[in-house]
Design a protein around this ligand. Structure first.
Ligand SMILES: [Zn+2]
Ligand SMILES: [Zn+2]
Ligand SMILES: [Zn+2]
Ligand SMILES: [Zn+2]
Length: 401
């Protein structure tokens, strides 16, 4: 068995498709792919060069190759005129470098599994949040409390984000089709966008109700608030308990969040007791304003980062100038233009570039493309498009605009 460590594949269906294609084309059975480790196992007698070609045709980069004497890009993609192996590096230090690089980024992506039970649990949390939020809007009005109104906005945001995640998470994993040629990853952004809008608009509305009350505090029904706080704390405790039995990442995130929600209700509980004995009704708008500001403080940055992805900004963790330098350092590359790097959903990125080279041979162009895919390995690029322009007179040098 030979083993190749690959760049991330889209999904299990994609890796099964790859296996089927490898077996069909090479005529050998026994290929296997480890989803967790992202390692492809190849039968000993299968034609390895054919395997390389199939991977390259699918734009899959090889992260780590133990089947070659040296794993460095110069040795793996030997372009004409490149230095002989012994001349360009010392073997020991070089190998260490390749290893540390290969493994450093191997598990950078996050998994989120949502199966059977956890879907039901999350659906229950959604329904509870929605029903509770609506009753908060109603009772907030009846009890004349702006604090409960602000919390209703927060719970509505929770309900919408959980509900949309249930619907959109599945959709965002679908493959590209005639309507969405980039795939459906951006559907996962839609949830963050809509939730953010609801939270921001709701909080502004809530502030508009609470601020005038600072000047003219109005009597609130503190007994009703006390009962409501007790019910909310009980409900939160029950759902936190239900979720704590689940183990998915989504569930533990929700669990943590509900503890935060509970703190808010403990605040309302204490406030209602204080107001019963002191008549400090100004506490209610103060609490409401503080909560609304907290909601805006949390929602605005995530809204902004979602908008930046939709506006095709370069992902924050990608050093664009560094990539420009690395492109110009490639052998036989003297210029580039239309360099684009953007993110689909904040995790998976796309890349496009036009290169100017003096290499005329199509086989060398292929090596160049694969070298660029190897170079992009740390940046989670799922789809890379490399256009190669033959420019023997070197008319286009450096970063061409
Ligand atoms: Zn897939
Ligand atoms: Zn080497
Ligand atoms: Zn919440
Ligand atoms: Zn362009």
């Amino acid at each position: 068995m030979k083993q190749l460590s690959l760049s991330r594949l889209h999904c299990e269906e994609c890796s099964q498709g790859l296996i089927a294609q490898l077996e069909r084309t090479t005529g050998h059975t026994g290929f296997a792919y480890d989803e967790e480790e992202q390692v492809l196992s190849i039968p000993q007698d299968a034609d390895i060069d054919l395997v390389y070609d199939i991977l390259a045709a699918d734009k899959i980069a090889i992260r780590h190759n133990n089947e070659v004497a040296c794993d460095c890009v110069d040795c793996r993609f030997p372009l004409p005129g490149a230095h002989a192996h012994d001349a360009h590096h010392d073997h020991e230090t070089h190998d260490d470098h390749a290893h540390s690089h290969g493994h450093h980024h191997a598990h950078s992506h996050s998994h989120s599994h949502t199966h059977g039970n956890s879907v039901t649990n999350i659906a229950i949390v959604f329904a509870m949040n929605l029903i509770f939020s609506i009753s908060e809007f109603i009772f907030g009005a009846i009890l004349n409390s702006t604090a409960i109104f602000a919390d209703a906005v927060h719970d509505l945001g929770d309900a919408i984000s959980v509900g949309l995640a249930l619907v959109l998470e599945k959709r965002s994993k679908r493959h590209a089709d005639g309507t969405y040629s980039f795939g459906h990853r951006r559907f996962s952004l839609l949830g963050a966008l809509i939730t953010g809008l609801v939270l921001l608009l709701g909080s502004v509305f809530s502030l508009a109700r609470a601020v005038p009350r600072l000047l003219a505090p109005d009597k609130v029904n503190y007994d009703g608030m006390l009962v409501m706080a007790l019910v909310a704390i009980a409900l939160n405790a029950v759902s936190a308990w239900a979720l704590s039995r689940g183990s998915s990442r989504n569930e533990s995130m929700l669990n943590l969040h509900m503890l935060e929600d509970m703190l808010g209700w403990i605040g309302i509980l204490i406030m209602s007791i204080v107001m019963r004995y002191t008549n400090w009704y100004i506490l209610d708008p103060l609490f409401s304003i503080a909560l609304s500001c907290f909601i805006i403080y949390k929602a605005a940055p995530s809204m902004w980062s979602t908008l930046k992805i939709l506006m095709e900004s370069v992902p924050e963790n990608v050093p664009m100038e560094d990539i420009e330098q690395q492109l110009l350092k490639l052998p036989h590359v003297h210029g580039f233009t239309h360099l684009h790097l953007w993110s689909m959903d904040g995790q998976s990125n796309n890349f496009a570039v036009s290169l100017f080279t003096d290499l005329a041979n199509a086989q060398d162009h292929k090596l160049l493309r694969e070298r660029i895919r190897a170079l992009l390995m740390p940046y989670n690029v799922e789809c890379s498009t490399v256009e190669i322009d033959y420019d023997p007179e070197k008319r286009f040098v450096g970063k061409v605009r």
